[in-house]
Design a protein around this ligand. Structure first.
Ligand code: B12
Length: 211
């Protein structure tokens, strides 16, 4: 099984074929992280591009979301586990106005597998709720997912509230999502950004001194 086959059927939104390919690739012993990264995530990105170019529309975008979730469900039990004591507490959610949850769920899964205690807040989370939950759970890190030009500024709002409340240094603040970057993170006063779930784990490790 060639992983590009998974990406190809994914982009064509051939649901059964894609899921069968994923299962076949796992059965053949291919690396589940590669299947995820170069098959499913690459497929989702390509669908996003087609949406942008108006070759695909909202219905296709939604189908891709559903198919992505189904494939991730098949792959997750095969991801490598790093059992051990908790490395830290992370609260994670999508900012207010943002409903994209596939990426942030993957980040949560990878962080859990890497030994973090993760509290998933959900989507469309108001800025103040991130802070309240971080305080409730005594979190080390606040992680925010934001995808839209209209929702990314909400990450800056969370930082502003933390500064206003005089508790900015109690939490590390990290962000991620299609249109985010390290530069945007820094300009909004965040501590870092990651492009994918594997990098998100490395970022948390670095910020909490585990690497
Ligand atoms: C699937 C999808 C949807 C699905 C979401 C389903 C779901 N349950 O999540 C649906 C159909 C609901 C949707 C809706 C919309 N979408 Co949409 N969507 C996508 C698409 C194709 C894929 C997103 C995805 O799941 N990627 C796969 C995952 C695995 O990758 P990821 O999300 O990037 O996550 C990784 C990293 O970003 C990172 N990460 C993510 N979160 C975090 C958090 C932290 C703390 C860290 C460290 C890292 C991190 O790690 C993740 C795992 O590796 C993207 C295209 C793209 N390039 O992203 C467009 C995209 C994000 N959507 C877009 C748009 C415009 C919309 C709509 C406005 C469309 C509309 N007209 O209604 C709505 C908005 C809804 C809303 N209010 O949120 C645009 C955004 C453009 C912009 N800059 O504003 C994009 C970029 C498509 C495009 N190219 O035009 N969408």
């Amino acid at each position: 099984m060639d992983i590009t086959q998974i990406k190809d059927t994914f982009v064509k939104l051939q649901s059964d074929e894609t899921k069968n390919h994923v299962q076949a690739a796992l059965d053949e012993g291919l690396d589940p992280v590669e299947i995820l990264q170069n098959g499913i995530i690459a497929g989702l990105k390509e669908v996003g591009k087609k949406f942008e170019e108006e070759e695909y529309f909202l219905a296709e975008l939604m189908m891709a979301g559903k198919l992505g979730e189904a494939c991730i469900e098949i792959i997750t039990p095969h991801l490598p586990e790093n059992a051990g004591t908790s490395k830290g507490v992370v609260v994670l959610g999508a900012v207010e106005g943002d409903l994209h949850d596939i990426g942030y769920s993957l980040v949560a899964t990878q962080l859990k597998l890497a030994g973090y205690d993760v509290h998933m807040l959900g989507v469309n989370i108001p800025s103040m709720q991130f802070i309240e939950k971080a305080q409730d759970y005594n979190a080390d890190i606040i992680g925010m997912s934001a995808f839209l030009v209209t929702t990314i500024p909400n990450c800056a709002e969370v930082v502003k509230y933390l500064v206003d409340m005089n508790i900015r240094d109690k939490f590390k603040v990290i962000i991620g999502g299609a249109e985010t970057s390290q530069e945007k993170a820094v300009s909004m006063g965040c501590d870092g950004q990651a492009d994918n779930a594997v990098e998100a784990v490395a970022l948390c490790d670095r910020l909490l001194g585990h690497s």
